[in-house]
Design a protein around this ligand. Structure first.
Ligand code: ASP
Length: 438
């Protein structure tokens, strides 16, 4: 049994719907379908979700929202006409318009994108439509209630063979609609997969899976065939984005694999995201990701190594200023804290004075404009010389390494370089492991 989620670009118009229809019908195990709202038809287009936010913004300000509302209606009508469906959403739109006037909330407004697309999809496939507001539950304080949702879904889907459940939203106990954060249909798909204990969660999008590195930096990088949840967490955190961050948690509980697939190239195998595997990745590394815009705060204090509680006092200074830290490599009498530059920059002096007050270092130095690169791979643990190869590649590329951090899990090596060396460094690492395959 499979749960299949289709992203906005896979459902942007009737032609895309037809591709989706073919994919679903090609495999009778694709029993539960989770659609997003219609996405962009071309690079200048606007996603329906963004149109809904804009429209509701006008409604809330008591401005005329008729124009945008009409444009949204037309997006759906274009799909209905293109598929020659006997379906009218007129009544639905009347209700939505009324709720906009009554200021039902921006979550309600945004959720209508998926809701309406779900109705069309169910009609088109001949599947039952299940409103996500009935089965995806949020608690009073607006947090997703995983266990209640799972109970409701298990019961509801037990007697259902084929159904469409719109992504992105659910509701509180009183029926008030609440959405996940943007891109949240990925999360809905994962929740449904967990509840029905699916064999696989297929996530259909417009790329054939995860790539080893960012295609804006590496020309046509290779695809990752298989990646573990843990590796993916590391890469996503460092900027690789295809799947919503929270989408792995529900399926991870049940060990259900996620398969990222391309609606426009359904024959491509895509990327498998799994709990664990005995399959070695094709290369020593699974992927490379990174981000620019970090600062390092370097502290020195003689005999720091013998002072119990020094680290805690330093971190207290960051906590008091509401700043989370990314990494903390240390030496005998030195310690470095890496933070996001945009979070840190306006609180800089307040943090520095707090460190002086709490920990009394001899010297503090701050360096800005650093980039962090994560080289991730489950195979690194069992292969010797990975770090050696990374650093000799960087030396040959003339990149000065500012920081190195390898967790004892040996799943990743984090490297700090100057912002301006970021792209060159990623290229050098990709070349040595993937092209040269040393
Ligand atoms: N339609 C929503 C968004 O644009 C949710 C999704 O597509 O997953 O963020």
């Amino acid at each position: 049994m499979k749960v299949v989620k289709f992203g906005g670009s896979s459902l942007a118009n009737a032609e895309q719907f037809e591709k989706v229809g073919n994919i679903v019908r090609a495999d009778k195990d694709r029993r539960f379908v989770v659609p997003s709202a219609p996405g962009k038809r071309n690079s200048k287009d606007t996603k329906v979700t963004d149109m809904l936010y804009e429209c509701y913004g006008l409604a809330e300000a008591d401005s005329d929202f008729g124009g945008v509302f009409q444009a949204i209606k037309e997006r759906y009508q274009e799909i209905i006409d293109g598929l020659s469906l006997e379906l009218s959403l007129e009544k639905e739109f009347q209700v939505i318009e009324e709720h906009f006037r009554e200021k039902a909330g921006s979550d309600y407004a945004a959720s209508r994108g998926e809701y309406l697309n779900g109705i069309i999809m169910a009609h088109y496939l001949g599947y039952e439509f299940i409103d996500a507001a009935e089965v995806i539950r949020f608690s009073e304080n607006g947090e997703f209630d995983a266990e209640t949702t799972n109970r409701i879904l298990e019961k509801r889907l037990d007697r259902t063979s084929y159904a469409v459940i719109p992504g992105f939203y659910g509701a509180k106990k009183d029926g008030k609609v609440k959405t996940f954060s943007r891109g949240g249909s990925d999360v809905t798909g994962s929740i449904i997969a967990r509840a029905v204990q699916a064999d696989a969660y297929e996530n259909w999008t417009d790329v054939s899976g995860f790539l080893i590195a960012d295609p804006r930096i590496i020309y046509k990088p290779e695809r990752i065939e298989m990646i573990t949840y843990k590796e993916l967490r590391e890469l996503s955190y460092m900027g690789a984005s295809v799947l919503h961050e929270d989408a792995i948690f529900p399926v991870r509980k049940e060990g259900i694999p996620i398969n990222i697939r391309n609606t426009n190239m359904p024959e491509d195998e895509g990327t498998w995201i799994v709990g664990s595997t005995c399959q070695k990745s094709k290369y020593t590394i699974t992927g490379i990701a990174g981000k620019k815009g970090f600062c390092s705060v370097i502290l020195e204090k003689d005999m720091m190594n013998a002072e119990i509680g020094f680290g805690r006092k330093v971190l207290q200074a960051f906590e008091d200023n509401d700043i989370s830290f990314e990494h903390m490599p240390s030496g005998i009498d030195t310690m470095t804290i890496l933070v996001h530059q945009d979070e840190f920059v306006h609180k800089e002096q307040s943090v520095v004075s707090a460190i002086h007050r709490l920990a009394g270092p001899d010297h503090i130095e701050i360096e800005a404009d650093l980039a962090l690169i994560a080289v991730v791979g489950r195979s690194m643990k069992s292969s010797r010389g990975t770090a050696g190869r990374i650093f000799s590649a960087l030396a040959h590329a003339n990149v000065n390494v500012k920081m190195i951090d390898q967790g004892s899990s040996e799943l990743n090596i984090i490297i700090g370089v100057k912002n301006e060396d970021f792209e060159v460094a990623i290229k050098a690492i990709y070349d040595i492991f993937v092209l040269a395959r040393i």
